[in-house]
Design a protein around this ligand. Structure first.
Ligand SMILES: [Zn+2]
Length: 264
């Protein structure tokens, strides 16, 4: 029996057996090749990681060393650089009277981000916040133009929200998708805001910039994008515009509190 089996092993291989053996050999070779490739990749990855780690460590140590040298200055740097931008101002009082969704003044599209707050004037002397809101609302019927703003501040300091902050308005054509706009009423031919309007505007701006993690420098005039004469008085009087930005910063400093967002 054993003798027979040995004999069988020794007999010359058939064509079929040889072919199979060749296939097995090829398979083995492929496996070896794959294993070598994987090993090479792992080795490359390790070398890369280690060298990156060494570089990181070196720069960390270098930074530490430099920090120790200038300990006094670095301690100051670790403090919030701009405390104004970290403070939050509470939501001011305003009436919420949203426009009907329509393609001329409230398209209902999502406002994905806010990079700037724009200030406008209504360009319609002596009209109230309510009248300007009606104008926006009626555009759905008159189709006169496309226009709106998130907020309108009247000349008595009353404020109306026309559009939710989650939606875009039609105020600054190129910037409808990343900004919030405030329209201001006025009585004076010059376009200057009344004290009541001005004070409410400062409050509204302070609330908006702090709750969008912006700074007073992110407040722009309509004029700053597209060059429209809006808000007229503050385009013609650059110093008065700068004063407004300073007043917003001062308001935040005075009334802002260091806490998480207070936006609704
Ligand atoms: Zn404007």
């Amino acid at each position: 029996m054993e003798q027979q089996s040995i004999q069988r092993k020794r007999r010359p291989l058939t064509e079929e057996e040889r072919r199979r053996r060749e296939i097995r050999r090829k398979k083995r070779r492929r496996k070896v090749y794959l294993a070598r490739t994987i090993a090479a990749l792992i080795a490359f990855f390790l070398i890369f990681t280690i060298s990156f780690g060494i570089k990181q460590l070196a720069s960390f140590l270098k930074n530490r060393w430099e920090t120790e040298e200038t300990a006094d200055i670095s301690q100051e740097i670790e403090e919030p650089v701009n405390t104004v931008s970290r403070k939050k101002v509470a939501r001011p009082e305003f009436q919420v009277d949203l426009l009907t969704i329509n393609e001329y003044s409230r398209p209902g599209y999502l406002l994905p981000e806010v990079k700037n707050i724009f200030v406008h004037y209504t360009a319609n002397k002596g009209t109230s916040a309510a009248q300007n809101r009606s104008y926006f609302e009626n555009l759905k019927d008159t189709h006169e133009t496309s226009a709106s703003a998130h907020f309108i501040i009247g000349f008595e300091g009353e404020a109306i929200q026309c559009i939710p902050l989650m939606e875009i308005d039609y105020a600054v054509m190129q910037r409808n998708y990343d900004s919030v706009s405030i329209e201001c009423c006025f009585l004076d031919e010059s376009g200057k805001f009344t004290d009541a309007t001005y004070n409410k505007l400062v409050e509204m701006l302070a609330w908006l910039v702090t709750n969008y993690d912006l700074t007073p420098e992110d407040i722009l005039r309509h004029y700053d994008v597209g060059g429209k004469l809006c808000p007229k008085y503050y385009v013609e009087h650059e110093d008065e515009w700068n004063r407004l930005i300073e007043d917003v910063a001062a308001y935040i400093e005075k009334f802002g509190v260091l806490e998480e967002s207070v936006v609704e």
